[in-house]
Design a protein around this ligand. Structure first.
Ligand code: DAH
Length: 345
């Protein structure tokens, strides 16, 4: 019987071709019911006079299997690894997949251009908090509680009626004056996010970007504002761009104006963007109200200034002929790529 097992084993060993077959053999011979295991457990039943001889033979078969197993396993493993390496090898001559480069949001790009223009004119770019005090967002800008101007800026209040999400970047004017005393002239712009409780539609967004500007110096007048607006919009929208003022009202400026610029889409000829007038209103501005100067510690008999504020998206919408503000805030890459191409041309 033991000779039969040995013969079978020798035949099996010759036929092993891969790791799976080798493991199947291990099960066949050495598992709980394996042929060698069975021989092993039958040693005790053999007649004592033959037991030693039988045991020796069983052991020889076991050694035969184990030696073969160890050696063959190593070889087969190496063989399989080589096969895999050949299969998985990389063809370095194949063209690589193109990685598309990202690009900044178009509003971000516009803000960078605006910053560049103002930095070249000696302005600082400053920052202010988006969570703001009612005191800075309204009171110190001459908009006390109950003032009708508050209605136009339906505000997100946080925790009572003193803390809010700023509804305009104008509170940064107050902060800059409070911090800036002694380092006049003040010349700053502040681009930043603002928030209003508007329902989002083609022309409204509950969050949008404003760019605020403030100058405080001696002998500043409305004509300085006009000169500044002329220069910056020529630089931003092209040398042929003109600006004009029309009267307006803001509680923190006196006089207050709105600034129109030549429609950059039709160059003033009239189109859908400018409602066929050739002009688009893009900025609110004016001479800083004496009370606003006073509240921030500047004596209006010595100091004067001008301020302005505009919506970055509105300017971008005109510059790029976009008729829906939501384009800037959705994540449709096709839109972004369109801007990329326009800029490359
Ligand atoms: N803060 C105003 C708004 O959100 C815009 C504005 C108008 C800012 C006139 C100014 C200014 O600094 O002088 O509607």
């Amino acid at each position: 019987m033991i000779d039969d097992v040995k013969k079978e084993l020798e035949k099996d060993l010759k036929e092993v071709k891969d790791l799976k077959e080798l493991n199947d053999l291990k099960i066949k011979y050495l598992s709980k019911n394996g042929l060698i295991t069975k021989l092993n457990s039958s040693i005790k039943d053999v007649d004592p006079s033959e037991r030693a001889e039988f045991g020796k033979k069983v052991n020889e078969v076991k050694v035969l299997f184990n030696d073969f197993y160890e050696k063959t396993k190593d070889n087969l493993e190496k063989e399989e690894l080589n096969k895999k390496l050949i299969q998985d090898s990389v063809d370095v001559t194949l063209p690589a997949t193109k990685v598309r480069q990202g690009s900044p949001n178009i509003v971000e790009k516009l803000i960078e251009e605006v910053e560049e223009v103002f930095l070249n004119m000696g302005y600082d770019v400053v920052d202010g908090p988006e969570v703001e005090l009612d005191k800075y967002n309204f009171e110190m800008l001459n908009i006390p509680k109950g003032h009708p101007a508050r209605d136009a800026q339906d505000t997100f209040y946080i925790d009572g009626d003193e803390i809010l999400l700023r509804s305009q970047t104008s509170p940064v004017q107050v902060r800059t004056m409070l911090e800036g005393k002694g380092v006049e002239p003040i010349r700053m712009i502040c681009p930043g996010k603002t928030y209003r409780r508007d329902d989002d539609d083609a022309s409204h967004s509950h969050q949008f970007m404003q760019i605020e500007g403030l100058i405080v110096d001696k002998n500043i007048s409305l004509s300085d504002l006009k000169g500044t607006m002329d220069v910056i919009f020529k630089r931003l929208l092209g040398e042929k761009t003109e600006t004009r003022f029309h009267p307006s009202y803001y509680p923190f400026t006196e006089p207050s104006v709105e600034v129109d610029v030549t429609c950059s889409n039709c160059k003033g000829k009239g189109c859908g963007v400018c409602k066929h007038s050739g002009w688009v209103t893009v900025v609110g501005a004016g001479v800083v109200h004496p009370d606003v100067l006073r509240m921030s510690g500047y004596d209006p008999s010595i100091w004067s200034g001008f301020a302005f504020g505009f919506g970055a998206e509105r300017l971008a919408m005109m510059k790029y002929d976009i008729n829906d503000i939501r384009v800037f805030y959705n994540t449709d890459l096709r839109e972004v790529k369109t801007f990329d191409r326009e800029d490359e041309e």
